[in-house]
Design a protein around this ligand. Structure first.
Ligand code: NAP
Length: 253
């Protein structure tokens, strides 16, 4: 089955890297002719569609990866057919804005870690063809409702905030004298370790934290400073602001 990519920008490039890494045949991938499409087709051997109509006619599954405001117009009046699946990764664009009938639409929220096969990708509704595609990029996580999907999409922003925290912590360590490459590697792997410990150990998160916060110790000291500066409250406020944006934003604004 041909996979069509409608919108070949930053995220599509990460996903294409991950799909190639997973062993997908580049000849089975067809790109819409804008953005980075020509360059990627020449480099990797992907097909290049004449236009979006040609893409939809030839593909069995279509990944929609245009900017949110462009999504409703990009899918309008294309020759969608029964049995086709459209996977939209456009943040904040509800299924009701995607006129792809009689094709079925799925929303998904991959991270750029797709390129290394490490994206936990939420999706709704559960359609097996979409799930199989997303599983090539890391663990796909099917959700029960579109409301759940919006809440889960906040995690895509948290991913960026985590990268910013890693950058800040690594720069602090380098500024304090650590070799910059060592600081970068150590900080990044420390975040990986924290995430994996919670993902792979079923114990309550409070208990896991309690086990590592020695009274009077260094972790406790730092948490006190962060709490005194209002960091936990600011974090909650940032999450709520993103959810508000996702549920309120009308594409085009
Ligand atoms: N970046 C991320 O990490 C990330 C993560 C999760 C989800 N997303 C979602 O992914 C989507 C794309 O984000 P991005 O960062 O990859 O944006 P981007 O780099 O701006 O890529 C969007 C691409 O879509 C093309 N495009 C727009 N309208 C088109 C049309 N009608 N037909 C064909 N191509 C069209 C644009 O081409 P032109 O340059 O010619 O306009 C551009 O190349 C967004 O909806 C975003 O919410 C992104």
């Amino acid at each position: 089955m041909i996979l069509g990519i409608l919108g070949v920008g930053h995220l599509a490039t990460s996903m294409l890297t991950g799909l190639l890494r997973s062993g997908l045949d580049p000849a089975a991938i067809l790109l819409s002719p804008r953005g980075k499409a020509a360059e990627l087709a020449a480099r990797h051997g992907f097909g290049l569609a004449a236009d979006n109509g040609d893409l939809v006619r030839r593909a069995g599954i279509v990944l929609l990866a245009v900017r949110p405001a462009d999504a409703p117009d990009a899918v309008a009046a294309l020759p969608w057919r029964d049995g086709q699946v459209v996977v939209s990764v456009c943040a904040g664009v509800p299924l009701s804005r995607l006129a792809v009938a009689p094709a079925r639409a799925v929303r998904a929220m991959p991270l750029t870690a797709s390129e290394i096969g490490a994206s936990p990708t939420v999706c709704f509704p559960h359609i097996e063809e979409a799930r199989a595609l997303l599983d090539r990029l890391g663990p796909a996580i099917a959700l029960a409702s579109e409301a759940d999907f919006e809440v889960a999409t906040v995690s895509a922003a948290v991913y960026g905030w985590a990268q910013d925290l890693i950058r800040g912590a690594a720069e602090w360590s380098a500024g304090a004298g650590l070799d910059p490459e060592t600081a970068r590697r150590l900080t990044a792997l420390t975040f990986v370790a924290a995430g994996r410990q919670i993902a792979e150990n079923g114990a309550p998160m409070d208990r896991l934290l309690q086990e590592l916060v020695t009274p009077g110790g260094i972790t406790e000291r730092g948490l006190q400073v962060l709490a005194a500066r209002g960091v936990p409250g600011a974090w909650e406020e940032a999450c709520a602001a993103v959810l508000d944006m996702l549920t309120r934003q009308a594409p085009g604004n």
